[in-house]
Ligand binder design. Structure first.
Ligand SMILES: Cc1ncc(COP(=O)(O)O)c(C=O)c1O
Length: 321
């Protein structure tokens, strides 16, 4: 893990710690919900000289969604919306559900996650492990199908459920506006030229992008989406053919790069074999999308590595050499 030491957490910790630890002493949330963020910035110099990966897979439950989940739960509890006896409800392609289940169950809440039944077995097992009740939705309907089922459950039993709705929840992007952006700014000593992130709810790219643009309006914000409606880039959305998340503004990114699933999968293997980093399929997509920007002489490109590769080990492409 030699590269981890190069751009480790530093005084960025002051700011995001203050944001994340506001009510730590009195919160019903577990300590792990307060150990979110301050992830390392990895130098991906075997892939490209000016390329860095923000290791979000090193968050407590293994993905970037720990940030959004922890902040959405804190806001809901502190605002009095989420009270004892209420059941936490959301739809997810997996990662947000895993974070909500981990933090919510340990805080004493029941957690129900609507999940497309096509989600990998690793995700289903992690949801079970963290005590979530899974409601499966039609795999052909993807994450939109899960959103619709969750909305129906919430409207049928409003007294029972607290519907977090990560696609419309401001606490989602705010976790990145106050956390991820500040860390990246400090870890790059303000030299970042391009920020590259996948789009699922849009929380990561909107929150981080908004703050980085305030810090330096020249920073290019690059969105990464699957190349079509039917894809294997778990967690990402092909916005044009999907229910648009309320928190995502399609005109906000400077550019959008569309990536084919197979190409992203090839990059996952390159990252493992050339960098010793095993991240998920959407990370393969953000690194691939970053190459043309990292080729510029004076660029300093940061790509989000959203989750752990181990969540995909059962997938066919990782069975092949
Ligand atoms: C693996 C993965 N990558 C990227 C994202 C996109 O993150 P966001 O929802 O902040 O747009 C997600 C979201 O669920 C994800 O699970």
């Amino acid at each position: 893990m030699a590269n981890y030491a190069l751009h480790g957490p530093d005084s960025a910790m002051d700011q995001s710690d203050a944001f994340f630890n506001k009510h730590r002493a009195t919160s019903s949330l577990p300590p792990s919900a307060f150990n979110v963020g301050n992830t390392p910035l990895l130098k991906l110099d075997r892939i490209s000289k000016n390329l860095f990966g923000k290791a979000e897979f090193l968050n407590p439950t293994g993905s970037v969604k720990d940030r959004a989940a922890a902040n959405m739960l804190k806001q809901a509890i502190e605002s009095g919306q989420l009270v004892e006896g209420k059941e936490i409800l959301d739809s997810s392609s997996g990662n947000t559900g895993i974070s909500l289940a981990a933090f919510g169950t340990a805080a004493g809440y029941k957690v129900t996650i609507v999940l497309p039944s096509s989600a990998s077995i690793e995700r289903q097992r992690l949801l079970n492990l963290y005590g979530a009740r899974i409601v499966f939705s039609d795999p052909m309907e993807g994450s939109d199908g899960a959103i619709i089922v969750a909305r129906d459950l919430a409207s049928e039993a409003p007294e029972r459920y607290f519907y977090i709705d990560q696609y419309s929840n401001d606490a989602n992007w705010q976790a990145h506006y106050y956390g991820t952006s500040e860390e990246i700014w400090r870890q790059t000593s303000g030299m970042i030229t391009h920020f590259v992130s996948g789009v699922g709810t849009g929380g990561t790219i909107m929150g981080t992008g908004k703050r980085l643009r305030e810090l330096n309006p020249k920073v290019k914000i690059i969105a990464v989406e699957p190349s079509g409606p039917f894809h294997g880039l778990e967690g990402l959305k092909h916005i044009e053919s999907s229910i648009k998340p309320r928190i995502f503004e399609p005109n906000f990114p400077d550019e959008t790069v569309y990536v084919e699933t197979e190409k992203a999968q090839e990059m996952v293997k390159r990252l493992a074999r050339e960098q010793g980093v095993f991240a998920g399929t959407s990370s393969g997509a953000t690194v691939l999308a970053s190459l043309k920007y990292a080729a510029h002489e004076y660029s300093h490109v940061v790509a989000i590595l959203a989750d752990q590769g181990s969540r995909y080990l059962s997938e066919k492409y990782l069975q092949e050499q």
